[in-house]
Design a protein around this ligand. Sequence first.
Ligand code: SF4
Length: 212
Amino acid sequence: MKSKKKVLEILDKMEDMFPNAECELYHRNEFDLLIAVLLSAQCTDKLVNKVTAELFQKYSTPSDYLKVPLSELERDIKSIGLYRNKAKNIQSLCEMLINSYNNSVPESREELIKLPGVGRKTANVVMSVAFNTPAIAVDTHVERVSKRLGITKEQDSVLQVEEQLMKQIPVEKWNLSHHLFIFFGRYHCKAKNPQCNDCNLSLDCKFIKKKK
Ligand code: SF4
């Protein structure tokens, strides 16, 4: 397991590589972000942004999403995987925001995960990006990169990865580290064909040592 000092050095190197790491999902406010993150499950941010560029022109508030029949919303997000389920969740979620949360997005994880289609990862993204509350959302990139670098264990569950990262990283760096892991995993340490031949973290990497 890496020391806290080593993890900070790794984060510094990632920041040198990606000084502008931030949320890449297009959004104008916390409500858009919630919808975008919900749409992004098992789908690329690039495709979500393509869809939301038009979707957010048509729908701005929870009541906008409830003015149309479910079939129309399904058509509007059809190019996104699991669109039927996601459309259903969006309408139920909007109803709940109107009825239980005074038409606004709740700020706490406890309340966010009560919303249909919102799990811990989505809640963590909304908390950190929209409300600047410290949280580490563990997606596929965060999980893969933290395991390859030996910051978390191969057999750790997603929740264990999150807990381990929270232990190893100072709280004031949680939000930034989430984006750094994602950028590093998305653009450099990809699932297939990671750029190991040109990697300034190779000395810290368990994955490359195993390959050799
Ligand atoms: Fe990722 Fe390869 Fe770098 Fe290891 S050496 S961190 S697998 S790119």
